[in-house]
Write a new protein. Structure first.
Length: 345
């Protein structure tokens, strides 16, 4: 397993370097993700599962925490309307996507329901499996959705978005080697965050714990440490590799079908995302590109990384995605009724 993981990292790093040379947005994630997906489908000996993802997720959690600052609370007050309308967006998204997977994909009610929920992969697979859904299908659909969103959204936003007048503060430094302050604060944030996240059983605790500790330190002004750019790039390669390797064992035909079905639901979600972003941006004067990332159907870590790569405010994206994860995690199991999930043909 170790050799397969090392191979995945090497393949992912090569893909990331290629995308960086092409000046693609978020190159180390996108390049690694694409290269490892192709390698997995070609049945090359690559693998990067949940256990191997955790160290990378912990580093990314610390990095995302660095995007918080004492002025973020005041900024968050400007976003009360998008937060208030987030449940409406999630409800419409879920209804349309569940209908898509029932009518078009022909999934059974439980699988269609949890494949259509705009929640995290791990949570939807776990809860869906307990309620009779096909865990592999649910996991693959969500993985394909994140794959497509992460791959498409940075290019779209970079193409239509004007650079911010006041870009977000950088979360990395061009250091070739970590300094003592980083070892103390960054290493301490990661260690304490992992212990706290696991003890509290937070969802995605290996990401959320370090993020929470790092964010608290930065938001209160206790420290302002930054992570070396090379370390973030390495963590992004690992993140991209875990997404790409989720398609291992699929034939090209099966991969194409899953991707096509996920593309349909992703088109629905992105259409809603941009509609809400444009309307809310017009009504409030907030940046539509940042609204699109805040409402986007990608993963918390991935969308926050996109915000960082586009010099947008990742703290706002994190707050909205945390709210989305909590809402879906609480409401989706309670709202599931197998007897009423049937949709007439």
């Amino acid at each position: 397993m170790v050799a397969r993981f090392v191979a995945a990292i090497v393949v992912g790093a090569a893909g990331g370097a290629l995308f960086a040379a092409m000046a693609a947005p978020l190159p180390w994630v996108l390049g690694s993700m694409a290269a490892c997906a192709l390698a997995s489908i070609a049945r090359l000996p690559v693998a990067a599962g949940a256990a191997t993802r955790r160290p990378m997720a912990a580093v990314i959690g610390v990095v995302l925490g660095c995007s918080f600052h004492p002025g973020l609370l005041g900024l968050a007050r400007e976003w009360w309307l998008p937060l208030m309308l987030l449940p409406v967006f999630l409800a419409i998204s879920a209804l349309l996507c569940v209908a898509w997977f029932r009518r078009v994909a022909g999934f059974d009610p439980a699988t269609a329901y949890f494949a259509g929920m705009p929640g995290g992969i791990a949570e939807m697979v776990l809860i869906g499996g307990e309620r009779g859904a096909d865990e592999r299908t649910v996991g693959l659909i969500h993985a394909a959705r994140i794959f497509l969103v992460v791959f498409v959204l940075p290019f779209v936003i970079r193409h239509v978005h004007a650079p911010a007048a006041i870009p977000a503060s950088p979360v990395t430094v061009a250091s070739s080697w970590p300094d003592p302050a980083l070892l103390l604060w960054g290493g301490g944030s990661m260690t304490a965050g992992l212990l706290i996240g696991r003890a509290l059983r937070l969802p995605a605790w290996h990401l959320m714990g370090p993020l929470a500790v790092s964010a608290a330190l930065h938001a209160t002004g206790i420290t302002d440490f930054r992570v070396p750019a090379w370390l973030l790039a390495a963590a992004q390669v690992g993140l991209g590799a875990t997404i790409g390797c989720r398609f291992g064992g699929l034939s090209l035909r099966a991969f194409a079908r899953i991707l096509a079905l996920a593309a349909g639901s992703t088109l629905i979600l992105l259409t809603l995302t941009f509609a809400f972003a444009i309307v809310l941006g017009t009504a409030t004067g907030l940046d539509p590109a940042l609204l699109a990332l805040a409402y986007s159907p990608g993963g918390l870590a991935e969308m926050s990384m996109v915000a960082i790569s586009l010099a947008l405010e990742p703290g706002v994206v994190i707050i909205h995605h945390l709210a989305r994860v909590v809402m879906v995690l609480i409401v989706a199991p309670l709202a599931f009724r197998p007897s009423i999930q049937e949709i007439p043909s």
